[in-house]
Ligand binder design. Structure first.
Ligand code: CMC
Length: 391
């Protein structure tokens, strides 16, 4: 084939040029469209950041209003989608449900598939921005047996999502501002991260012109894995397991370092960051603030802090430049907001949605070719066919 070298896991391979997210893993810098993540988390809201990522500039208030109005106009999901959801067992993992339903949305929105012009792309984008939060809330409501329902379009994007999740049949829900702000910040921090596994998947699927919704559906599947977005669920399960076991963090540190033990310290290490993940710093502070504000004492927060301190002083982690990543503290916040553990990775997906969209749109506008890597063949050389009786 002429290919002689490979790069497993694409550790050192650039797949595209991109003007969306700047990441310097050595120094721990993350910027969306040139704006520091710290500043965006502090001053912007999630919908503004979504607009920034997708369209390249912070919106004026008119642009933001229009974007929100267009989204609200699409915030219904065809009633027949409920029948599909109904076919899943209650125990189905919501990430699988979400990936399937996002793919199913194509059938109900056929105009979203063959999109070439910017206007067609825009229409597909507002549809998925509108309908994905509904699907996420429904995946949760189905799991806990609540009626599938809508929120309230007079609310902001994130507050409306919280209402869609938690609204009781009586219409009641907890509209605490602390919850809305904390979730908004978490979604901003997850909104894009250049060519990670799920984003590369979205661009790869989209490169065959398969359409935005199925590309996102594939991204959701990629995000599900515990080495990627699934880590946030894995972290809280690990912290709970340490607590149940008596809280001996040293024992789990030893397991993580033992090369014969598959256990890894979940929420630690990153392909690109060889320094503090800037998102982890913001989330750690936010975890403290949110728990304080809500008056919650969560013993796993102390376990997490203890583990972090030990790891940062341990030569195994220091030598390998393993630092806490975005998922290390996020689960603790999600849990304090009342979001159950199996919904942690769907929350990541909701946050990453604008990033996936922005990357897909950039790929299409730049008219990138279909993704098609090569290989180095290591199988048999030519051999003669053997009849079944002689095998
Ligand atoms: N615990 C113990 N050892 C680790 C860990 C960990 N969490 N992470 C990496 N290592 C070791 C690994 O064993 C290897 O050691 P050695 O050089 O002796 O073989 C070395 O560090 C390099 O690791 P790698 O697996 O070659 O690095 P990678 O870039 O392929 O993997 C990673 C990156 C994030 C998959 C990995 O660090 C990991 O599995 N972390 C735990 C899961 C996790 O928290 N994932 C979330 C990532 S951030 C959010 C997201 O992407 O969604």
């Amino acid at each position: 084939s002429g290919i002689t070298t490979i790069d497993p896991g694409y550790k050192n391979t650039g797949s595209c040029e991109s003007a969306i997210t700047f990441l310097n893993g050595e120094e721990g810098i993350l910027r969306y469209r040139g704006y520091a993540i710290e500043e965006l988390a502090e001053k912007a809201d999630f919908l503004e950041v979504a607009y920034l990522l997708i369209f390249g500039e912070l919106p004026t208030s008119e642009q933001l209003d229009k974007f929100h109005t267009d989204i609200k106009a699409q915030s219904h999901v065809d009633e027949d989608v409920k029948k599909i959801l109904d076919g899943f067992p209650k125990s189905a993992h919501p990430m699988g449900v979400l990936s399937s339903l996002t793919s199913a949305l194509v059938a109900f929105n056929p105009s979203s598939v063959n999109v070439d012009s910017e206007e067609e792309m825009y229409n597909a984008i507002v549809r998925i921005m509108a309908k994905f939060p509904v699907l996420t809330a429904w995946a949760y409501r189905k799991r806990v047996g609540l009626p599938l329902d809508y929120g309230d379009d007079s609310l902001g994007y994130v507050e409306n999502f919280l209402k869609m999740m938690f609204k009781k049949p009586s219409g009641e829900y907890n509209s605490n501002e602390v919850l809305v702000e904390a979730l908004d910040k978490l979604l901003i921090l997850h909104a894009d991260h250049e060519q990670n596994c799920s984003t590369s998947t979205v661009r790869m699927v989209g490169s065959s012109h398969a359409g935005l919704f199925v590309s996102i559906s594939a991204g959701i599947a990629a995000l599900w894995g515990p080495l990627h977005g699934g880590a946030n669920q894995a972290v809280i399960e690990m912290l709970e397991a340490i607590k149940e076991d008596g809280g001996d963090t040293k024992k789990f540190m030893a397991k993580a370092k033992d090369k014969n033990d598959p256990f890894r310290l979940m929420g630690f290490g990153h392909r690109v960051y060889k320094n503090f993940d800037p998102r982890a710093k913001i989330i750690k502070k936010s975890a403290d603030d949110v728990l304080d504000n809500l008056g919650i004492e969560d013993p796993v927060l102390d376990i997490a802090k203890g583990l972090e301190k030990e790891a940062l002083e341990d030569s195994y982690f220091v030598d390998r430049k393993l630092y806490p990543n975005v998922d290390f503290y996020s689960g603790i916040i999600y849990r304090s907001l009342g979001i159950p553990v199996e919904m942690f990775t769907p929350m990541f997906a909701l946050g990453r949605l604008p990033g996936w969209i922005a990357q897909w749109r950039e790929m299409r506008l730049r008219k990138e070719p279909i993704g098609r890597p090569r290989q180095v063949y290591i199988g048999e050389t030519k051999r003669a066919f053997k009849d079944i009786n002689y095998r």
